[in-house]
Design a protein around this ligand. Structure first.
Ligand code: MG
Length: 231
């Protein structure tokens, strides 16, 4: 039985605005600069993969310097995206309904704490999230499952009780690694073809579609008539 929902932020609750190519090129150059060498060693890695590879290559000796070099770059692109973020259609009513139903919710995002706090407040969607796990709260970003583990621990829930809702293959892989079911909304970071090929438990065109799958079992449970989960 699903009893809590974990949401991604960018591309899922707000539209995708990160300047991916520009940011990733800058991160590759900066990480290579710390290690000594060219950016090609990070070729093919996305922003999360660059961080993971850079921190592993840096090790204990260069780790702090790598963090101090890359951290502000992520933050700068977050804050740039934050100037353009707006709520995706369906996000506000879906969050409101889940809150009314008493469904525990957490945010698990690769965006940093500063931009996350700013946007949740600006868009007035901070109330439903008792737990917010950002890039700054975990050693590795999604697709590593650490953020999901941390959110589940804070919610007091098991992976089997959680649904991860995201917009990217990173969300899907993180959810699978953690053992959660996963719904991916189209129109965000990953292409529809890539999402469908990866076969998430649900593909959504609007966030409100998770209510149909969740509300009925939740309301039945409240009424004492458990019903099979449709996932
Ligand atoms: Mg996303």
């Amino acid at each position: 039985m699903i009893r809590c929902v974990l949401f991604d932020l960018e591309g899922t609750l707000v539209d995708f605005q990160w300047k991916l190519e520009e940011a990733e090129a800058e991160l590759r150059r900066a990480a290579a600069g710390v290690l000594g060498g060219g950016p090609e060693r990070f070729a093919g890695l996305n922003y999360a993969g660059i961080w993971k590879a850079a921190m592993e290559a840096a090790g204990p000796a260069l780790g702090p310097r790598m963090e101090q070099t890359l951290g502000p770059i992520y933050d700068r692109y977050d804050m740039d995206a934050a100037t353009r973020w707006s709520l995706r259609a369906g996000a506000a009513p879906t969050l409101t309904r889940l809150r009314e139903l008493g469904v525990p919710m957490a945010l698990v995002t690769n965006v940093g704490r500063k931009a996350t706090t700013r946007i949740l407040t600006r868009l007035d969607i901070d109330r439903g999230f008792g737990t917010v796990v950002t890039r700054n709260d975990v050693p590795r970003m999604k697709p590593s499952p650490e953020g999901i583990h941390k959110a589940l621990s804070a919610l007091g829930a098991t992976a089997a009780e959680a649904l991860m809702v995201g917009d990217s293959l990173s969300d899907l892989e993180a959810a699978r690694a953690a053992g959660c079911r996963v719904a991916i909304v189209l129109g965000g970071e990953s292409t529809e073809a890539a999402i469908r090929a990866a076969r998430p438990d649900r593909v959504l065109t609007d966030l409100g579609e998770i209510l149909g799958a969740l509300c009925e079992p939740l309301e039945c449970r409240k009424a004492g008539r458990p019903k099979a989960q449709s996932y």
